[in-house]
Design a protein around this ligand. Structure first.
Ligand SMILES: *[C@@H]1O[C@H](CO)[C@@H](O)[C@H](O)[C@H]1NC(C)=O
Ligand SMILES: *[C@@H]1O[C@H](CO)[C@@H](O)[C@H](O)[C@H]1NC(C)=O
Ligand SMILES: *[C@@H]1O[C@H](CO)[C@@H](O)[C@H](O)[C@H]1NC(C)=O
Ligand SMILES: *[C@@H]1O[C@H](CO)[C@@H](O)[C@H](O)[C@H]1NC(C)=O
Ligand SMILES: *[C@@H]1O[C@H](CO)[C@@H](O)[C@H](O)[C@H]1NC(C)=O
Ligand SMILES: *[C@@H]1O[C@H](CO)[C@@H](O)[C@H](O)[C@H]1NC(C)=O
Ligand SMILES: *[C@@H]1O[C@H](CO)[C@@H](O)[C@H](O)[C@H]1NC(C)=O
Ligand SMILES: *[C@@H]1O[C@H](CO)[C@@H](O)[C@H](O)[C@H]1NC(C)=O
Ligand SMILES: *[C@@H]1O[C@H](CO)[C@@H](O)[C@H](O)[C@H]1NC(C)=O
Ligand SMILES: *[C@@H]1O[C@H](CO)[C@@H](O)[C@H](O)[C@H]1NC(C)=O
Ligand SMILES: *[C@@H]1O[C@H](CO)[C@@H](O)[C@H](O)[C@H]1NC(C)=O
Ligand SMILES: *[C@@H]1O[C@H](CO)[C@@H](O)[C@H](O)[C@H]1NC(C)=O
Length: 609
């Protein structure tokens, strides 16, 4: 009954506010129960984060312009936020699921994301965005299909297969967090998972018995679209399928010129689609491999993900050595050249009928340029931290976007330096990049560390115009790709090298720029870009605060309602205090109820009825 009351409050609020999406576009509804489940992907039992009891979570299969409604119940013992890697949330950073825009969903509460995948196509993934939780799972693929009226630049595949690859630790995320808090490094992972499963036993001495592996079932003579996402903690992975070409067709929403690769490096947070033809003789199964890159690969040999591609007419199990990784231990250019070879197909449409190439990014003048330098972790106030331009971000308790909406002063500063200051002492900060609405921003990521990095920006696709070893200089601009760069949301930055991106600041909001390496991110390597339309007083270029917004930090007093989780999650003993509260309703009215509920909520943490 309490739940009914809560629902009434919520739906009244929903009715009063404008719908954030176009009513004509279809809705897709999802109910997710996010909880720990026990799994032993590498033979060691641990708590992993499952969605509706599944690890990895379900694939969100949707189409351009659909409205997506995901009701997330946080059944973990800690706060939760889900973010949608690569989904642009146009005008709607309220749904981005990062600490700069959202208060985390408290343990035991549910919260409903509602967003439209406006003008997007492609392969993306979701994951829990805070507290290193991605190292424990909670991730899954997102497929945004073309609308039927928009042509795809290749024939309709016979199947669509999502493959999540990622390094994995047998230590759980709370232990990993503790290590980082104590100033330790996470060290070499214990393995690489493919769709949440450990390696196939391709070598008895390297892979112990009793580990479950992933099998991908296919039929001969077909073509499959395989979407590969690196959802791991911090390891770049080389992806390959024994005996098969990978025809690259898409990178995070850009259709690429179609090229065959025998293997491709997929860096943390990146997504690619390949077409794979099952044109081999099936004398046996084939290995699907994800092996560590940009590390000492012989030393990291045991950290290799191996799944099996099985034809329906397969002659037997896969055996023998794995297909070779690229042989470039002493040649640092191979991987970068491969990255540069990923180009946009200028004659292909994407989410809209017009060709992608019609956006002539090279003829637009840059209005703001930021050079963001990353270094090896630094000591700040006795703690080991990561920084960009010497600033290590520390999320304020009040999300930045909410702070703006409610005029909370001093939540952040708008003075993020556009160049690193070599003389400045590294420090903690809440400094934000002041983006100019309708400006055109150049961001240069300069990796001054010895490890591989990848950086991501929410809310946007970035034109990846250049990358090279050494220090970026003004003259580096002369080397930019001015014609057919892909636009994607996560870019790799090689150690001792730079990567330059261009971004058209047309999406109002606060948008997270972060290291996709979980440890660097956790230790502060992120910043937000604030983009406001100074002329908008009518909620046209940005949606208003959603009616179900959670409030925390300096705004916690605005929190209107408590949790409302499904009945199945309650027990009778937990119902007793709520019964007392219901009596209160009749005696003293709803005002008192809310006060009492809050008090109870703060002291108790029992689930509602
Ligand atoms: C992680 O493992 C430690 C023991 O190493 C345990 O105390 C802790 O409860 C575990 N956390 C989770 C979320 O399973
Ligand atoms: C995803 O959705 C598309 C279009 O609605 C459908 O054709 C396809 O079969 C779906 N794929 C999966 C794996 O469910
Ligand atoms: C919580 O879940 C219920 C359905 O189980 C839903 O009706 C309600 O709107 C959700 N609450 C929020 C805040 O999303
Ligand atoms: C580019 O897209 C066009 C239009 O869909 C397609 O016909 C062509 O094969 C593609 N070219 C390459 C190189 O991928
Ligand atoms: C298994 O791996 C070990 C260690 O790398 C190697 O020495 C051995 O030759 C491999 N065995 C087979 C059958 O490939
Ligand atoms: C890619 O390789 C396949 C064989 O697997 C071949 O049929 C196709 O022509 C190649 N495509 C390109 C663009 O090279
Ligand atoms: C199948 O292909 C493999 C590798 O290309 C080759 O070694 C093998 O002899 C072939 N088997 C048959 C039965 O054709
Ligand atoms: C990689 O590690 C192996 C084994 O420890 C070592 O012999 C080799 O020198 C290392 N290679 C490089 C390039 O550091
Ligand atoms: C870009 O800048 C150049 C020189 O500053 C100027 O001549 C040109 O008109 C500008 N282009 C646009 C599209 O504003
Ligand atoms: C932020 O940029 C806008 C122009 O987009 C400018 O008007 C404003 O003064 C800047 N704010 C600060 C604090 O620098
Ligand atoms: C980092 O920068 C310093 C000088 O700023 C330079 O000497 C050093 O080689 C750089 N290191 C890397 C890995 O790029
Ligand atoms: C815009 O939305 C806010 C809620 O975030 C509301 O208070 C305000 O009245 C709206 N403005 C207009 C002009 O509709």
């Amino acid at each position: 009954m309490w739940r009914l009351l809560t629902l009434a409050v919520v739906s009244a609020a929903l009715l009063a506010a404008p719908r954030p999406a176009t009513a004509a576009d279809p809705y897709a509804f999802f109910d997710w129960d996010v909880s720990y489940i026990t799994a032993a992907p590498l033979g060691v039992e641990q708590q992993v984060i499952g969605i509706n009891g599944k690890f990895p979570g379900p694939v969100v299969n949707i189409t351009t312009n659909w409205n997506v409604v995901v009701n997330v119940l946080n059944d973990l013992d800690e706060p939760l936020l889900i973010t949608w890697n690569g989904i642009q949330h146009r005008k709607n950073c309220w749904q981005d699921g990062v600490l700069g825009t959202n208060c985390p969903i408290p343990s035991g509460w549910n919260w409903t994301y509602e967003f439209q995948v406006k003008d997007q196509i492609g392969s993306f993934f979701y994951f829990p965005s805070t507290a290193l939780q991605r190292a424990a799972g909670g991730f899954g693929g997102i497929v945004v299909n073309n609308r039927a009226v928009i042509a795809v630049p290749f024939g309709s595949p016979d199947g669509d297969i999502t493959i999540l690859i990622g390094d994995w630790y047998n230590k759980n995320h709370t232990d990993l967090r503790k290590m980082l808090d104590e100033g330790k490094e996470l060290g070499m992972p214990d393995g690489v998972l493919i769709n949440g499963k450990g390696p196939y036993r391709y070598n008895d001495s390297l892979v112990p018995a009793g580990i479950e592996h992933e099998t991908i079932d296919v039929h001969p003579g077909r073509t499959y679209r395989i979407r590969v996402h690196n959802v791991g903690t911090s390891t770049s992975l080389n992806f390959r399928i024994q005996g098969h070409n990978l025809l690259l067709v898409e990178s995070e929403g850009s259709y690429t010129t179609q090229q065959n690769y025998t293997s491709l490096d997929v860096h943390v947070g990146q997504s690619y689609s390949f077409l794979v033809s099952t044109d081999q003789n099936a004398s046996s199964d084939y290995y699907v491999v994800a092996s560590a890159r940009m590390v000492n690969e012989s030393l990291w040999g045991r950290v290799t993900g191996v799944a099996v591609l099985r034809y329906s007419n397969s002659g037997g199990s896969a055996s023998g050595p794995l297909p070779d990784p690229p042989q470039d231990q002493y040649d640092k250019t191979l991987s970068m050249n491969q990255a540069r070879s990923v180009r946009r197909n200028l004659s292909a449409g994407a989410a809209r009928p017009n060709p992608q190439g019609s956006f002539r990014y090279a003829s637009i003048n840059v209005t703001q340029a930021y050079l963001l330098r990353s270094t090896a972790p630094v000591e700040i106030g006795g703690r080991r931290r990561s920084a960009l331009n010497g600033l290590s971000y520390s999320p304020p308790e009040t999300p930045l976007r909410l702070a703006d909406a409610y005029d909370v002063k001093d939540a952040y500063t708008l003075d993020f330096p556009d160049r690193p200051d070599a003389a400045a002492v590294p420090r903690m900060s809440r400094s934000v990049i002041n983006g100019t609405y309708h400006g055109f921003m150049e961001i240069i990521f300069q990796n001054n560390d010895t490890r591989m990095q990848s950086y991501h920006m929410d809310g946007y696709a970035l034109f990846v115009v250049g990358m090279d070893y050494g220090e970026w200089t003004e003259s580096s601009r002369g080397t930019y790709n001015k014609g057919d760069s892909v636009a994607r949301s996560t870019v790799q930055v090689y150690p001792g090298a730079w990567t330059a991106v261009l971004v058209s600041l047309d999406n109002v909001g606060f948008w997270n720029v972060r290291s996709q390496n979980l440890d660097s991110w956790y230790l502060g390597q992120e910043v937000y870009v604030r983009i406001v339309n100074p002329e908008d007083g009518a909620n046209k270029t940005e949606m208003p605060v959603p009616p179900n917004a959670l409030y925390c930090g300096q705004l916690h007093k605005y929190q209107k309602y408590g949790p409302s989780s499904p009945e199945s999650h309650t027990t009778t003993s937990q119902c007793f205090p709520t019964l007392l509260l219901l009596i209160d309703i009749f005696l003293a009215g709803s005002r008192l109820l809310i006060t009492r509920w809050r008090r109870l909520w703060r002291s108790g943490r029992s689930r509602p009825c």
